[in-house]
Design a binder for this molecule. Structure first.
Ligand code: NAI
Length: 493
């Protein structure tokens, strides 16, 4: 097996392999791509650096990429999201044993420190022997960010103390990244130049990572072509919504086991994730209050039957608070000080800056008690006009569906990951073309609608869905080809 790896324990591999086997059954999109391309191996020669929650579902993605011929190294894109048994099974591989691992080098375990997290991200980009990666598969953009920052720092010849455009505004975490890159500059002043030169493109999984990519492309700094997987309809309108509808209550239940029915739940943001979150709470019998900054999404929430209000106006009413905005400073200390005793507070957006955890830790005489891993009670002392109370914070403000549970279920991730595989195939095929015939420049692209429809089609049989046949006359009448695509680009679903 090429290179090193770092996971919790290879002894967990057998349990992971059983879970992967069951997940494969629930991931018809990925298995169909294996059947379609397994013989031709169109990813032979692709060297993929993957940074995406190291779950059982991701294991099926990784083994689909290798079945198509790719060489892969993997890290998780969050310190709490790894399923250790899945990571172990991927390292061991379907044909290996813990004593003789034959799978893919993985650098991920549940409960990494930030220092370990960024070291793992570096491990997938700087390969110990042979050539480094020529493609990135990213979720949230941290692997892409590290390459861009490494290169910027090398060009300046130093790691500057100030913030560069695109950096997360998270002082402690940024200092961890700076320290890592400072050490790199000392070891090899051209390390990241070498890494960046080889990379032919990135496929990005999530809303927040896609924001970063458009920002880099707009400022002319994007180093390679990018495919925005998130905005495939079969990704964001499914994973972000129906995936959350399943995994949000899963996370809350595993963390707290507090009955949701009859309670009041506050959901910040009514985009795709917020829609799934609000529906999940309602499905459990909660009264749901939504907040929004966008008048269209606020109106949608109202028409869907939810109260729409500002957090400060309802903060004393809710029992559960969940942020889904991809924005920062949404739940601040003044809000947490005004919540009910034992209110549950969590975030399901990509980064942990939606809830002001630094501010919470800085409240005078605050006491943090670990109830169990990823569940903490923060006791806020009595102060003028306020009795003592505590709030329960999940996953230290990081995405709770992956920190407190195991993320989205396989079937919905099969849709997302089929888009990822198709994105990697597109970029790798383009890299083989002569430079003047390439379709992808240093911009952000979405996959064509025909491929989006293909991903959906791959999942219909498993659900017993029968499509209606469109006749030629009907197709002509509505102006679409019989075989699709069935909607114009501007259609919103
Ligand atoms: P979106 O852009 O569709 O929705 C976010 C919504 O939040 C928007 O409607 C926006 O107007 C609203 N918003 C922004 N600032 C706000 C504020 N201060 N108060 C109230 N509302 C505000 O994005 P999407 O796809 O729903 O993703 C949200 C976040 O969830 C992103 O960070 C994304 O990367 C992440 N995500 C997490 C997943 C998970 O498994 N935990 C799965 C998919 C996405």
């Amino acid at each position: 097996m090429p290179g090193r790896y770092k996971v919790r324990s290879l002894a967990l591999a057998e349990s992971g392999r059983h879970q992967i086997r069951l997940a494969e059954h629930e991931m018809p999109g990925l298995m169909a791509l294996r059947a379609e391309y397994g013989e031709a191996r169109p990813l032979a020669g692709a060297r993929i650096a993957g940074s995406l929650h190291m779950t059982v579902q991701t294991a099926v993605l990784i083994e689909t990429l290798t079945a198509l011929g790719a060489e892969v190294r993997w890290a998780s894109c969050n310190i709490f999201s790894t399923q250790d048994e899945a990571a172990a099974a991927v390292v061991v591989g379907p044909d290996g044993t813990p004593e003789d691992p034959r799978g893919v080098p993985v650098f991920a375990w549940k409960g990494e420190t930030l220092e370990e997290y960024w070291d793992c991200t570096q491990q997938i980009l700087v390969w110990p022997e042979g050539e480094g990666p020529n493609l990135i598969l990213d979720d949230g953009g941290d692997a892409t960010l590290l390459v861009h920052l490494g290169l910027q720092y090398e060009r300046i010849g130093a790691v500057p103390p100030n913030t560069l455009p695109g950096e997360p505004d998270h002082t402690h975490e940024m200092n961890v990244v700076r320290d890592l890159l400072r050490r790199d500059l000392e070891i090899d002043p051209l390390r990241w130049t070498g890494v960046a030169e080889q990379i032919g493109g990135v496929t990005e999984e999530t809303t927040t990572g896609v924001h970063r990519l458009y920002h880099l492309a707009d400022s002319g700094e994007l180093l390679f072509p990018a495919i925005n997987v998130n905005d495939s309809v079969t990704k964001s309108k499914f994973d972000n919504k129906y995936g959350i509808r399943h995994s949000l209550p899963d996370g809350i239940n595993r963390a707290t086991d507090i009955l949701i029915g009859g309670k009041v739940a506050f959901v910040a943001g009514y985009g795709d994730v917020g829609k799934g979150a609000a529906e999940a709470f309602r499905g459990q019998g909660a009264r749901v209050i939504v907040s929004e900054v966008d008048p269209i999404c606020a109106l949608q929430a109202a028409m869907d039957g939810f109260q729409v209000a500002r957090l400060e106006d309802v903060v004393g009413e809710a029992d559960f608070f969940v942020t889904t905005t991809g924005n920062k400073d949404v739940i601040r200390v003044e809000h947490m000080l005004a919540m009910k005793d034992k209110a549950v507070v969590g975030n399901i957006g990509h980064f942990d800056n939606e809830i002001d955890m630094t501010g919470l830790a800085a409240v005078p005489d605050v006491v943090k008690t670990e109830i169990k891993p990823q569940v903490h009670e923060w006791t806020l002392p009595a102060a003028e006009g306020r009795a003592e109370r505590s709030v329960i914070v999940l996953s230290e403000g990081r995405l709770l569906n992956l920190g407190n549970a195991t993320g989205h279920p396989s079937f919905v991730m099969s849709n997302s990951f089929a888009n990822q595989v198709i994105g990697q195939l597109e970029l790798f095929a383009d890299m083989a073309r002569p430079a003047d015939e390439r379709q992808y420049a240093r911009q952000v692209y979405r996959l064509p609608k025909a491929l989006d429809e293909k991903v959906a089609r791959l999942h219909l049989d498993a659900l017993g869905v029968r499509l209606t046949d469109l006749s030629k006359e009907q197709a002509d009448y509505i102006g679409v080809p019989v075989e699709g695509p069935y909607k114009p680009e501007h259609y919103r679903y």
